[in-house]
Unconditional design. Structure first.
Length: 227
């Protein structure tokens, strides 16, 4: 479903953000992407969404080489992706429900339909009771769950989340993570970047990045073995 073949990314004037990444994520997998700040996690996620292009190598999503995607192919790609990136950029001048309806309205879904699906999405993240609220009236964790509802309202095949639990207390972080895992439970492929170790405990698969390279074990564990 997602494949990286010898992918490197150099931003101008910087050391390589990603070096020679080979990676394969199958349909329906739940994968955590971990590693210290600056390791390249965001860059890797942004490449899948064609927000960055590889300097070399190929990124394939659903069999399509993202590097060869024409601008007209972007909507095709994005329809298959639910993006939960920081900052979550909810619109503060309209209700929670209107925020979640937005992706559907943009693609021309009839309003009544969009509203029904937005309510269903809010229900899935446990926020149906807040449909009429203003986003700023919600806690950080609730706002993040609204962002999740907005990201999945189009029923994407793939969810990409970048540090979805950043700045949240433990209880809120757990609820955000459960909401994401619930979508994995219904067959959605999920790739979640986090440097929050406590989120990795029961993870079916964890990929570690360090200075732009995939490593088998995180540095902390290796250091612990040495000392
Ligand atoms: P992470 O998400 O793991 O914190 P990033 O992918 O954000 O890592 O960053 C990887 C490296 O690429 C860092 O050294 C960062 O400074 C650099 N970088 C990220 N985005 C840009 C950019 N738009 N321009 C220049 N350098 C960038
Ligand atoms: P409805 O038939 O009223 O749209 P569903 O229960 O079938 O309600 O779906 C409700 C919501 O589930 C959708 O509006 C969407 O927000 C969310 N969803 C997103 N992706 C998926 C998925 N892959 N599988 C199931 N539900 C999804």
């Amino acid at each position: 479903m997602i494949e990286f073949h010898r992918v490197s990314k150099h931003y101008a004037r910087n050391a390589a953000a990603l070096s020679d990444i080979d990676l394969r994520i199958d349909k329906g997998e739940l994968v955590f992407l971990s590693g210290p700040s600056g390791a390249g996690k965001s860059t890797l996620l942004r490449m899948i969404a064609a927000m960055e292009r590889p300097t070399s190598g190929t990124v394939t999503v659903n069999g399509q080489d993202i590097g060869k995607l024409k601008p007209s192919g972007l909507p095709w790609l994005r329809r298959n992706l639910g993006l939960i990136f920081q900052p979550h950029s909810l619109l503060t001048d309209r209700s929670v429900l209107a925020n979640v309806m937005l992706p559907l309205m943009v693609t021309g879904t009839p309003r009544a339909d969009a509203e029904k699906r937005a309510r269903a999405a809010l229900d899935k993240v446990g926020l149906l009771g807040h449909a009429a609220s203003e986003p700023l009236a919600l806690s950080g964790g609730e706002q993040q769950r609204v962002a999740i509802a907005r990201a999945i309202v189009n029923r994407p095949q793939i969810i990409l989340a970048d540090e979805p639990t950043a700045n949240l207390d433990r209880a809120s972080a757990n609820r955000v993570m459960s909401a994401l895992k619930a979508f994995h439970g219904v067959g959605v492929t999920c790739l979640i970047a986090t440097h929050d170790e406590s989120m990795l405990r029961d993870a079916p698969r964890v990929i570690y990045l360090e200075r732009g390279r995939l490593v088998d074990f995180p540095a902390e564990e290796m250091n612990a073995e040495v000392t």
